[in-house]
Design a protein around this ligand. Structure first.
Ligand code: 3VV
Ligand code: NKN
Length: 272
């Protein structure tokens, strides 16, 4: 009886292995599937730990989430090379902005996440089962991207509470995932928030995933990700009239950094 199960299990594993070798699509789907299952199962376990240790929704839970997620990279052969962590050491709250390439980003996020930092996320993430639960428990701020006015209201509320709670807020200013090796134009919410709260903006740039990850071509191998935390951009004295300039400045600095980290010639060099 037991031998039968063992043989059956071995056969299934062998079959999966052969399928993975034969088809990049199967290989990719299995790796992403494994990532999702890993997230769902770890979220359930971490949620229990968060509830036991901290009792409910609080940014303190991010420490637990971070400790769990930091182990994920070993399953996928990912390595992170981090520079500029000292730039997070600003006095008081700040807005952190970074590029957003894939659902894999939350590994890179947790690799460098400073204390007392929550992310802004789309509200649909609440409905991803245990993952939604852990994101909720971590204190993530949910916004409705389809309604600028309600998103603005949520962000204005955050601007008020940041100082009181000494919070850093992590925003993906592209507003969606983008895995082309370039940046999408930035939305302005993060920069309005920084100006309203009069706190610095700290840009964080992750090198392009294109060499090891591309859902269009079913590419997902091991790889190295360079991360750079750039010096804070001060916003003291800026008003809402300065938000467009601040957004542009940050966009150009991050784009240059992205190209440098990814070994891609910058626009300036292109045209010369
Ligand atoms: C233990 C195991 C666990 C495993 C599981 C993992 C657990 C991990 C745990 C935790 C990780 C959590 C990871 C979460 C990741 C989430 C990622 C996402 O979901 S990314 C998508 C959502 N995020 C955004 O969209 C933000 C960026 N977007 C913005 O900031 C936008 O600006 C937004 C939504 C506020 C409005 O978007 P618009 O599409 O309407 O575009 P605009 O051009 O920016 O705004 C329109 C007009 O409104 C003004 N405006 C915008 N914000 C304003 C404001 N706050 N005040 C005044 N005016 C504002 C602008 O200036 C613009 O006006 P003028 O064109 O300049 O005239
Ligand atoms: C029941 C379904 C379970 C699904 C489990 C999914 C596990 C992955 C968890 C990673 C959380 C990272 C959040 C993230 O990266 O969300 C994407 C949004 O930022 C951007 O949204 P979009 O590009 O506009 O769709």
């Amino acid at each position: 009886m037991e031998l039968g199960w063992l043989l059956c299990g071995t056969a299934v594993l062998l079959l999966l292995h052969v399928l993975m070798e034969l088809s990049p699509a199967v290989n990719f789907a299995l790796r992403i599937g494994f990532y999702c299952v890993l997230c769902l199962v770890s979220s359930a376990l971490a949620a229990a730990a968060c509830l036991l240790v901290n009792g409910g929704r609080t940014v303190k839970n991010m420490r637990i989430i971070k400790a769990v997620v930091k182990t994920f990279k070993y399953f996928f052969g990912l390595r992170f090379e981090v520079k500029g962590l000292e730039n997070f050491e600003v006095e008081g709250p700040a807005i952190i902005v970074s590029n957003h390439q894939s659902i894999l980003d939350m590994m890179g996020l947790m690799e460098v996440l400073p204390d007392n930092c929550v992310q802004v996320g789309k509200k649909e993430l609440m409905y991803t089962g245990t993952v939604g639960l852990i994101i909720y428990l971590g204190g993530v701020i949910f916004i409705n991207r389809k309604s600028t006015s309600s998103a603005k209201m949520v962000m204005a509320e955050v601007a008020k509470t940041m100082a009181a709670e000494n919070l850093k807020v992590w925003v993906y200013p592209e507003g969606t995932r983008n895995c082309t090796g370039d940046l999408l134009p930035f939305k302005k919410g993060a920069f309005h928030l920084a100006v309203q709260a009069q706190v610095p903006v700290i840009p964080v740039v992750y090198s392009s995933f294109t060499t090891f990850y591309n859902p269009k071509t079913n590419l997902f191998t091991s790889g190295k990700i360079k991360v750079e935390i750039l010096p804070p951009i001060e916003t003291k004295g800026l008003t809402s009239d300065d938000v467009t300039d601040l957004t542009d400045r940050c966009f150009h600095t991050m784009r240059e950094t992205l190209f440098r980290l990814s070994g891609r010639p910058s626009e300036a060099k292109d045209s010369s």
